[in-house]
Design a protein around this ligand. Structure first.
Ligand SMILES: NC(=O)c1ccc[n+]([C@@H]2O[C@H](COP(=O)([O-])OP(=O)(O)OC[C@H]3O[C@@H](n4cnc5c(N)ncnc54)[C@H](OP(=O)(O)O)[C@@H]3O)[C@@H](O)[C@H]2O)c1
Length: 254
């Protein structure tokens, strides 16, 4: 049977771990050729080898996409080497929680840089190629899927700047959707609750403990749960655009 994404090319940012890694795996299993990017080359190489062993195709592009020149390079290399771009998953992100008063503002910069600016740069560079794919693809559609968070829908004490970046992703997604949807470029946002990944490992132990406390005793989501949603979004018929998916662990009430 023909796979849904055969003949398409997908670029996944933040593919060296967690949600991005699993999304790349699942898109490849649906037949997409995947370009995978993040800073950790070895992790990307390992994933690419695994995808190839499973019969798929993957290209590794190590980069720090907080730098606009590198974000542009990632998109250009994808299109140069793989010939087109049908799907962009803007997933790379960082969560460094803490109170706003007396906060180390370098942490704010790092979150704004990757959660927001890198997503803007990558999208900007990819747009001409995605619009072209939407026009000439037999599927008659192309996709951007942005990974925001429940934190992009609900602010929480101690997460102000992470919240600001993720609310920003939701707003940007909706404005861009209005701009390009008539051209068959779908723009979607996925807003996960807690997922078991490396995301919380970057915080100082005391901040991490405060952040994770409300999740004690809760079975959180796995990366597969979010990857499945991304695949569902991008495999709909061109007529159907899933604009937004808010998904929490069943036991997460907040
Ligand atoms: N886990 C959750 O509970 C949860 C909930 C809601 C939303 N999200 C969102 O889901 C997305 C994926 O996060 P995750 O949970 O899978 O966390 P993760 O395992 O920590 O993955 C984050 C990814 O982002 C990449 N990244 C970080 N900084 C980068 C940079 N400067 N340049 C390029 N890549 C960079 C990392 O790769 P390198 O370090 O190799 O560069 C890594 O691949 C994020 O946007 C996060 O905000 C997560």
């Amino acid at each position: 049977m023909k796979k849904h994404l055969e003949g398409t090319v997908a670029l996944v940012t933040g593919a060296s771990s967690g949600i991005g890694e699993e999304t790349a795996r699942q898109l490849a299993a649906e037949g997409a050729i995947v370009a995978i990017t993040a800073r950790r080359r070895e992790r990307l190489e390992k994933l690419a080898a695994e995808i190839r062993d499973a019969g798929g195709s993957a290209m590794v592009i190590p980069a720090d996409i907080t730098r606009q020149d590198q974000a542009i390079q990632v998109v250009e290399q994808t299109v140069e080497k793989l010939g087109r771009l049908d799907t962009l998953v803007n997933n790379a992100g960082l969560m460094l929680n803490g109170m706003i008063f007396n906060a180390p503002t370098d942490e704010w910069d790092r979150m704004v840089d990757i959660n927001l600016k890198a997503l803007l740069y990558t999208t900007h560079a990819a747009l001409p190629h995605l619009l072209q794919a939407a026009e000439n693809s037999p599927r008659q559609v192309a996709d951007i899927v942005n990974i925001s968070s429940v934190a992009g829908r609900r602010a929480r004490l101690g997460a102000g700047v992470y919240n600001a970046t993720k609310f920003g992703v939701v707003a940007f997604t909706e404005a861009l959707r209005q701009e390009v949807t008539a051209k068959h470029l779908r723009v979607s946002v996925v807003e996960p609750g807690a997922v078991r990944t490396e995301l919380d490992s970057h915080m100082k132990p005391e901040i991490r403990a405060i952040t994770m406390k409300p999740f004690e005793g809760i079975t959180v989501l796995e990366s597969e749960d979010i990857a499945e949603i991304v695949v569902f979004i991008v495999t709909r018929s061109w007529r159907s655009a899933i604009n937004e998916v808010l998904v929490r662990p069943t036991e997460q009430s907040f």
